[in-house]
Design a protein around this ligand. Structure first.
Ligand SMILES: O=C(O)C(=O)C[C@]1(C(=O)O)C=C[C@@H](O)C=C1
Length: 368
């Protein structure tokens, strides 16, 4: 039996189990924060005692390396002093290399590498959007009290939307296998994450600790439902709630990752120009930071590349090797599943600006 069908009630089962995950509060500066965090999601896991460790027999050994479990143990097993823990440390100490769960992310902070990652993420996002666009908007998926899902708001008792239910269910699975211990992953319902079943990875400390406070997933969900879906899907209802909802979950997770990757971009930029950024940060000049981090030439390239990729991925490719110039210019070949310009436009209007918002939010706190 699926956990969802077991015991969904108004009990706040998830809130006690977040200690094994990196704590992420909704961003305080996010003006569009919705009330979704007050929803709760209960299941057969109700009654789990708050774990301080993942569910693994080797808990003592591996727990030493869990930077997420609030024990203040460093990867080498020493306790961090409060002053050192409040400062950024570039990746973990050398001793971490001996740690089988150590993932070295230090290379991520080179701007070229960060951009390469953004480029790779484009592929997944464009595919996911094209997949979603084959279904109609199906706005029942996003409305509360609309589809009979076993998930309710803890305060009001109102039945949650199907998208909330599906996201919460997905995060129960992903959360167990440490997805949200990674600094580039952000849960939509961080307060409800389950305990880990495998030891957490040790990522060292790549970003400033203010990164933990930044999670704009409420804004991202709202933007996705109100702009991305109606922007690329035919309006109406085709009854494909499950299929379209699965596509939504995929799109939301990918877009969330891309937008929150702004933290890595910002850190890379800060390191490249520490004096310029520090000056603006001390003045808390958000507009100045936005101006400094914006690179119009790169944005133009992103839009052009996304248009081209959407043109390629959005066609039925047959067994012949496609001629790129024909694919992109011959109207005969342009039977796209969704117009490439639409995808590029969504990227330009929503995904890039929100990535920049994350950068500014991170930088404003970078010297805290
Ligand atoms: O590549 C960068 O420099 C970024 O900051 C990333 C990004 C983007 O979201 O793609 C955002 C802002 C810049 O103006 C250009 C591109």
């Amino acid at each position: 039996m699926s956990s969802s069908s077991a015991l969904c009630s108004c009990l706040s089962s998830g809130s006690s189990v977040t200690s094994t995950h990196r704590r992420r509060r909704a961003s305080s500066s996010s003006s569009l924060t919705s009330s979704s965090s007050s929803s709760s999601f209960s299941s057969s896991r109700r009654g789990f005692s708050p774990p301080s460790v993942y569910l693994n027999k080797n808990k003592n050994k591996n727990n030493i390396n869990n930077k997420n479990n609030n024990t203040s143990s460093s990867s080498s097993g020493r306790r961090r002093s409060s002053s050192s823990s409040s400062k950024l440390k570039v990746c973990a100490a050398m001793s971490s290399i001996d740690d089988p769960n150590f993932a070295d992310l230090s290379d991520r902070l080179k701007l070229d590498n960060v951009r390469q990652s953004l480029i790779r993420q484009e592929d997944s996002i464009i595919f996911a959007l094209i997949e979603r666009s084959q279904y109609k908007v199906n706005d029942k998926i996003y409305k509360t009290n609309s589809i009979d899902v076993p998930c309710y708001d803890a305060k009001t008792g109102v039945r949650s939307s199907m998208i909330e239910f599906m996201l919460r269910e997905r995060e129960q699975m992903d959360g167990k296998i440490r997805r949200y211990t990674s600094p580039d992953e952000h849960a939509f319902y961080p307060e409800s994450l389950p305990p880990l079943v495998i030891p957490p990875m040790n990522f060292g400390e790549v970003l400033h600790e203010c990164a933990l406070k930044i999670n704009i997933n409420d804004r991202i969900k709202e933007m996705y439902v109100e702009n991305i879906v109606p922007g690329m899907c035919e309006s109406g209802d085709d009854n494909n709630y499950g299929s379209a909802g699965l596509c939504d979950v995929n799109c939301l997770q990918l877009i969330s990752r891309r937008i929150h990757y702004g933290k890595f971009v910002a850190e890379a930029k800060f390191r490249a120009q520490p004096d310029e950024y520090s000056d603006l940060i001390r003045k808390q000049d958000g507009n100045g930071l936005m101006q400094l981090l914006t690179n119009q030439a790169v944005e133009d390239r992103v839009v052009a590349r996304v248009t081209n990729k959407a043109a390629f991925y959005g066609q039925d490719i047959n067994e012949e090797v496609p001629d790129a110039s024909k694919v992109l210019t011959n109207p005969e070949n342009q039977k796209y599943k969704v117009a490439p310009e639409i995808i590029a436009d969504l990227y330009f209007k929503w995904i890039m600006p929100m990535t920049k918002d994350v950068q500014v939010e991170y930088l404003l706190q970078r010297l805290d």
